[in-house]
Design a protein around this ligand. Structure first.
Ligand code: TRP
Length: 467
C-alpha cells in the first residue's frame, strides 16, 4: 500500500502525454483528501458557519454533503476513471467529439482559473502568519492586538501581493514537475501532522471557559439565524470543500486504477474532509466565546482566534509556526489540484507540453489574482465595491462558489444521469466495488435528488423562487 507513484504509461488521451497513475488506493485517497482538505475547511467553513449562526448551518451542510456532494464526487470519479482524461476531453469521449457537453469541461477550467486566483491570496495570509510566528510577533499580545493584526494585513495590498506571488510560484513549481511524486509523498507526512496539531489544539480549548458555549454553537441547531441565503451558501460550500463541480476530482479520478472501490474511496474522502472542518470549528468557537470575540467576523476569523490561544500555552510559538505552515501546506495540496485541471486541459486538448501548460495558465492566474490581493486596500479597482457591491476578492469568490461550482455540479449530474451511456457508467461504477447494489440508489440520487436540490438553489438565487 501506498508507495510513491509511478508514472505509468500512456492513456489514449491526446498530446502524447504520459498519464500518471496513483500507485495505490492510499495514494489516491491522500491526493484527493489533499485536494479536498484545504482553506475551505479551516479558513472558510468556520467563518461562514459563524456568519450564518452556527449549528443549523452545520446541519444543512451535512445534509448537502450526503445528498449532493457525495453523489457528485462519485460521478466525477466514474467519468474520470472511465475516460482517463481531463474534463473537456472526458465529456467529448462520453458524449461525442462534437457535443455541446464539452462546454461543461470548459466551464470547469474557467472555474479552476478563477478560484485559484483568490485562493492563493488566502494561502498568502497563512504564509504571512508563518513569518509572524517565526519572528515571535504573535506572543505577549492581547486578544485585541492579535485580531487587529489581521485587519492590518487585510488592507496591506503590497504585502498580500508579495505572498500571493510567492504562493502561486510554489503551486506552479510543483505542478510543473508533475504533481504526483512530490506532493503525494509530502502529503503522507504533513497531512497527519496537521491532524495531530489540530488534536493538540482541541485538547487545549477543552479547558477554556467558553468551551461548552463554543460546542453548542457548532452542534446545537438554532434555526432562527438560518436564512435561505445561508442554506444556499451551505450547498455551495459543500461543492467547494469537496473540490467538486469543476472537474478536479474528475481529473484525479482519471489517474485511478480499476481496482479501486470508488464507492468506498469517495466515502473516505468525504469523511476526512468533514472531520477536519468540524475540528476546525471545535477549536475556533470556544476561543471566540472565551475571549469575547464575535462569531460572525468574516474572513479573518481563523487568523484572529488561533494565535490568541497559542500565545497562551507553553510551546505556543512553535505550535503557531507549525499550524500556519501546515495550513499553507493544506492550501498547497488543494491549489495544485486547481492548477492541475487547467494544465491537464491544455495538455490533453491542445497537445501542449506540461511545462508550457503549467507556466502560461499559472502566470495568467497570478495576474488575475492581483486585484484580489489588493482588494482590501482599495489599490486596484478601488471603486469596484461601490459599483458591484462586493470587493473584487469577494466578487470572484461569490461567483465561483455560488454560481459556477453549483452550475457545474448540476450539469455533471444531469449529463451522467440522463445523457451518458448508462451501461458504460454502470460498469465503471461497479468495477472494483463491493457495493455494486448501491448503483441504483446513486443513479436516482444523481438523476432526481441532485438536480432538484440544485435547481431550487439556483432559482432562489435568481429570485424566481422566494423562500
Ligand atoms: N477543496 C479545497 C478546499 O476546501 C479547495 C479546492 C481545491 C477546490 N480544488 C478545488 C474547490 C476544486 C473547488 C473545486 O480548500
Amino acid at each position: 500500500m501506498g508507495e510513491p507513484v509511478s508514472q505509468t504509461p500512456p492513456s489514449e488521451s491526446g498530446g502524447g502525454f504520459k498519464r500518471g497513475m496513483w500507485s495505490s488506493r492510499t495514494g489516491f485517497i491522500l491526493a484527493a483528501a489533499g485536494s479536498a482538505i484545504g482553506l475551505g475547511n479551516i479558513w472558510k467553513f468556520p467563518y461562514i458557519a459563524g456568519v450564518n449562526g452556527g449549528g443549523a448551518f452545520v446541519l444543512i451542510y451535512l445534509v448537502a454533503i450526503v445528498l449532493v456532494g457525495y453523489p457528485i464526487m462519485l460521478a466525477e470519479l466514474v467519468i474520470g476513471r472511465n475516460t482517463q482524461a481531463s474534463p473537456v476531453v472526458a465529456f467529448g469521449k462520453l458524449a461525442g467529439p462534437e457535443s455541446k457537453w464539452k462546454m461543461l469541461g470548459w466551464l470547469g477550467v474557467l472555474t479552476g482559473f478563477i478560484i485559484l486566483s483568490y485562493y492563493s491570496v488566502v494561502a498568502g495570509w497563512a504564509l504571512n502568519y508563518v513569518l509572524m510566528s517565526v519572528c515571535d510577533f504573535l506572543s505577549n499580545k492581547s486578544p485585541e492586538q492579535i485580531s487587529s493584526l489581521f485587519d492590518k494585513l487585510y488592507v496591506a495590498g503590497d504585502i498580500n501581493l508579495f505572498w500571493h506571488t510567492l504562493f502561486m510560484l510554489l503551486t506552479i513549481g510543483i505542478v510543473f514537475g508533475g504533481v504526483k511524486k512530490g506532493i503525494e509523498r509530502w502529503a503522507r507526512i504533513l497531512m497527519p501532522m496537521l491532524f495531530l496539531i489540530m488534536l493538540i489544539l482541541v485538547a487545549r480549548v477543552v479547558f477554556l471557559p467558553g468551551f461548552v458555549r463554543g460546542v453548542s454553537f457548532v452542534f446545537a441547531p438554532n434555526f432562527d439565524k438560518l436564512t435561505a441565503a445561508g442554506v444556499l451558501e451551505a450547498v455551495g460550500h459543500a461543492f467547494f470543500t469537496l473540490s467538486l463541480g469543476m472537474g478536479a476530482m474528475l481529473t484525479y479520478g482519471s489517474y485511478l486504477s480499476k481496482k479501486t472501490d470508488l464507492v468506498k474511496a469517495s466515502a473516505v474522502v468525504c469523511s476526512l474532509d468533514l472531520i477536519i472542518a468540524l475540528m476546525s470549528c471545535l477549536i475556533i468557537f470556544p476561543i471566540v466565546f472565551s475571549f469575547g470575540f464575535e462569531p460572525d467576523q468574516g474572513p479573518g476569523l481563523v487568523f484572529k482566534t488561533i494565535p490568541v490561544v497559542l500565545s497562551q500555552i507553553a510551546g505556543g510559538e512553535l505550535l503557531a509556526i507549525l499550524f500556519f505552515l501546515l495550513l499553507a501546506f493544506a492550501a498547497l495540496t488543494s491549489s495544485i489540484s486547481l492548477l492541475e485541471v487547467v494544465t491537464s486541459h491544455f495538455i490533453d486538448s491542445f497537445g501542449w507540453s506540461r511545462k508550457k501548460a503549467t507556466l502560461i495558465p499559472g502566470l495568467l492566474i497570478l495576474l488575475f489574482g492581483i486585484p484580489s490581493a489588493l482588494a482590501g486596500g482599495g489599490g486596484l479597482f478601488s471603486s469596484w465595491e461601490s459599483i458591484v457591491g462586493k470587493n473584487f476578492f469577494d466578487t470572484v469568490d461569490y461567483l465561483a462558489t455560488n454560481w459556477m461550482l453549483p452550475l457545474g455540479g448540476i450539469l455533471i449530474a444531469i449529463f451522467i444521469g440522463w445523457f451518458a451511456p448508462l451501461e458504460r457508467i454502470k460498469d465503471e461504477f461497479q468495477t472494483g466495488s463491493k457495493f455494486k447494489h448501491i448503483f441504483i440508489v446513486w443513479l436516482w440520487a444523481i438523476r432526481v435528488i441532485v438536480p432538484i436540490v440544485m435547481v431550487v438553489v439556483l432559482l432562489y438565487k435568481v429570485r424566481i423562487l422566494d423562500l
